[in-house]
Write a protein that binds this ligand. Structure first.
Ligand SMILES: C[S@@+](CC[C@H](N)C(=O)[O-])C[C@H]1O[C@@H](n2cnc3c(N)ncnc32)[C@H](O)[C@@H]1O
Length: 258
């Protein structure tokens, strides 16, 4: 199957049907990023075996040497666990259905799970019902105003910054810098447009992206160099840019000055 066909399969169904209803030649108004994910979560029925987010653990698509079932554990063992270790307060940006929340929870005493989509937080509450040490925070997409400066040990975000725009990317980095304790750490997963797979994604999303606002699921053009430049301007130190574990993307490891 071509990359374009695979990417089309990953487009949230409500957005696809909205595009299909249009007359030939007509363009759907692009929903905001929040509206797009809100619709995706609201339409998620769940079949009891799969959780929302499992559909994104596709090793072939992202260029990871593992299986779909082991994807999250593989990334944890290779990247997250060695860098994060254990901590007191961990903030996750864009928890979605909790695909990574499940492995982050045992690493901290207090986990602040956040999302801009209320429906995602609803799913998350259902998934972690009865568990203690987890708080749910609805974001406005502009930062974490209710979180005090210098109170977080680790910030984590996966499969979120691939979709947000550059201004949001930089703004979140400044917010990460603000809330991190001195020496605190951040794991930021983002696109790597000029990797082999990243470039295929860029090309496959061209036809539906021309002369219109960005669609919620479209990948934002990003590189390790650009992410590094934004991070440095936000006052963060870049520990490593990892491009060989999920070869389509980049996982940038950051720290706040001690
Ligand atoms: C592709 S899902 C990834 C969810 C989860 N991190 C995972 O990997 O399974 C993207 C998530 O980011 C959320 N999101 C989108 N824009 C956001 C923003 N500006 N701030 C925080 N979360 C956002 C969406 O609502 C959605 O839950």
């Amino acid at each position: 199957m071509s990359v374009a066909a695979v990417m089309r399969r990953l487009i949230p169904a409500p957005i696809k049907s909205c595009i299909k209803r249009l007359l030939p030649g007509e363009q759907a108004p692009a929903p905001s990023i929040t509206e797009g994910w809100e619709q995706y979560a609201a339409s998620y029925a769940g079949d009891g075996r799969k959780q929302l987010g499992d559909e994104w653990s596709v090793p072939d698509v992202v260029g990871a040497d593992t299986t779909a079932a082991d994807f999250v554990t593989y990334l944890d063992q290779k990247v997250f666990a060695p860098f994060i270790g254990s901590c007191d307060t961990l903030l996750e940006i864009g928890s979605g259905g909790g695909r990574f929340t499940q492995i982050l929870k045992p690493k901290c005493r207090r986990l602040i799970a956040t999302d801009t989509a209320a429906s995602m937080l609803k799913l998350l509450r259902r998934r972690f019902a009865g568990e203690t040490g987890i708080e749910y925070l609805l974001l406005d997409g502009k930062g974490f105003a209710s979180i005090q400066a210098g109170t977080v040990d680790v910030v984590f975000t996966y499969d979120v910054f691939v979709h947000i725009q550059h201004w949001d990317f930089y703004n979140y980095l400044t917010e990460i810098r603000r809330v991190l304790k001195p020496g605190g750490k951040a794991v930021v997963h983002h696109a790597n447009t000029f990797s082999e797979l990243g470039w295929q994604v860029f090309q496959s999303q061209m036809p539906e992206s021309l002369n219109r606002p960005k669609l919620p699921y479209t990948f934002t053009v990003m590189t390790p160099e650009l992410a590094t430049a934004f991070a440095v301007r936000a006052g963060l130190k870049v520990e490593r840019c990892i491009t060989d574990v999920v070869r389509r993307d980049c996982i940038t490891l950051l720290s706040a000055p001690a």
